[in-house]
Every structure is written in C-alpha cells, then in structure tokens.
Design a protein around this ligand. Structure first.
Ligand code: ARG
Length: 257
C-alpha cells in the first residue's frame, strides 16, 4: 500500500471513529440532543409532512418529543425507521428513546423501560360500511389484515385467526378499500384517520375483545437519567393539559384533511 493511500485510509478510519463517537450522520446523541426513534407511518401520532414540528416530522408524538427536549434545555432529533427495528435500534444505542404510539406491553418491558403513559388507545376493526362484522368473533371466517409488529397483529394472533400482515397501515387499508380483505385491525386514533381519508369505511369496536393499550416512551433498560427527564416533562404536560390539547389538535387536523 502506498504511503498516501495508507494515510488516507488512516484518516478515513479516524473520521469514521469520530463519527461513531459524536454520532454524526445519525445515531444516539451525546450531550444536548435527544434522538427519538419513530416510525412515521402512524397518523395522528407521527407522519411525514413538508413542514413538521421536528424537521419533516409532525404529529402528537413529535410535538411531545419536541417539548420533552426543550423543557430539559435540549434539542429533539428524529430517526425514522421501520416499526420492527425501533427496539433493536434503542438497544444498540442508535437512538436514545422511542416515541411511536408504542404500547407498553409486558413483552416489550422485558427489553426496555417505559415512561409514564401519555395516551390510552384500543384496537378497533375497520370494515366496509356494509360489512356484517359487528364483533371480534365475526372475524373468524374473514380475511383479516394487520400491520407487522403492531399490537393489532398480536391480538389477532392470540385469537387464533389467520391474517395477512403489511408493512404500513395505509397498505392494509388499501387492501380493504380494494375489497381484497374484509377487516383491518389497528389502533383507534389511527383507524379514525384512515376512515376519514377513505370513503365507505367504518369502525367497529369490541371492548370485550380488545383491552385498552397504554402508549409510552421507551428508553434503554436502566437509563434512569433520561427516563426521569422524560417522565417529569410528561407529568407536566399531562397536568397542564398540553397532551390533551395536542391530541385534539392533531385529531381534528387529521379528520379535516
Ligand atoms: N400501538 C401499536 C403498537 O405498539 C402500534 C404502534 C405503531 N406505531 C407506529 N409509529 N407505526 O404496537
């Protein structure tokens, strides 16, 4: 290897090492930034738009993330990735926290710590307006669509029904709109948004079949320093009505669109 090439290689290696240390080009951040991982395919909680509250990202969660960072004198950054990758990225230290309308389940609690609950949701069924599905048990002989890795998938799995899993909620809903499936099982507020966006759909609830789900922010196990910051901000935003206001604001926007 020639000397110049070698020097270049060494320099490159050093730059790359510096990058991993300071997290340039994405990654969990040191110091003054909280890097939140999300999957921006989940309106009204997170979606991509031209002018969001954090760069191109907007929604209830994004506004909450921004306030958490700011109330701690920090800046919020967002890394958008597949929902299934979020907890792995958190464990790898690629991101500092996950805010993604994520339900705090016992299974997830085995690998990460969750903040205080900031929103309560439930799974619902989206069907065609003329559907005869009125309860979860009516799905038994129907074609069911879910989104991969969402709690909706786990629910349908636990009911013992077969289903097809899609990468995005919009894909599952398109399948329903096109008559290729009979029902989509997904979180309530997101379902509302999809029903508002598409003609001829309605929501069917079944509280006896679907338990309530609590959305919370995930951090690495044992990261109490960050968790304390997040919790004190959430507590404040719950107490002064900020979370409620954001939920109303983004739900109205979602249905007005
Ligand atoms: N609440 C569901 C879950 O925790 C769905 C969350 C989907 N969130 C998203 N940003 N795509 O599994």
């Amino acid at each position: 290897m020639k000397k110049t090439t070698k020097l270049l290689t060494v320099t490159l290696a050093m730059v790359m090492a510096a990058c991993t240390l300071t997290a340039c080009g994405g990654g969990a951040s040191e110091g003054n930034t909280i890097t939140f991982g999300t999957n921006a395919e989940f309106p009204p909680f997170e979606y991509v738009t031209s002018n969001g509250v954090i760069g191109e990202y907007d929604g209830i969660d994004m506004a909450i993330a921004k306030q958490i960072a700011e109330s701690n004198g920090m800046t919020a950054a967002v890394e958008n990735m597949e929902f299934d990758s979020l907890l792995v990225a958190l464990q790898n230290g690629q991101i500092d926290a996950v805010i993604a309308g994520m339900t705090a389940t016992d299974e997830r609690r085995e690998t990460v710590d969750f903040s205080t609950t900031y929103y309560t949701a439930t799974q619902v069924m989206i069907v065609k307006e003329d559907s005869d599905i009125a309860a979860a048990t009516d799905m038994a002989d129907k074609k069911i669509c879910v989104v991969q890795g969402y709690t909706g998938e786990i629910c349908v799995q636990n009911m013992g029904y077969s289903y097809e899993a899609f990468k995005k909620g919009t894909e599952a809903v398109l399948e329903l709109v096109n008559g290729k499936c009979d029902v989509v099982v997904i979180d309530s507020a997101t379902a509302q948004k999809y029903v508002g966006d598409n003609e001829g759909l309605k929501i069917v609830e079944d509280p006896s079949a679907f338990e309530s789900e609590e959305y919370a922010i995930a951090v690495q196990k044992g990261n109490t320093e960050l968790l304390d910051k997040i919790n004190s901000s959430i507590d404040k935003m719950l107490a002064d009505g900020t979370v409620n206001e954001l939920a109303v604001k983004y739900t109205e926007e979602a249905t007005a669109e």
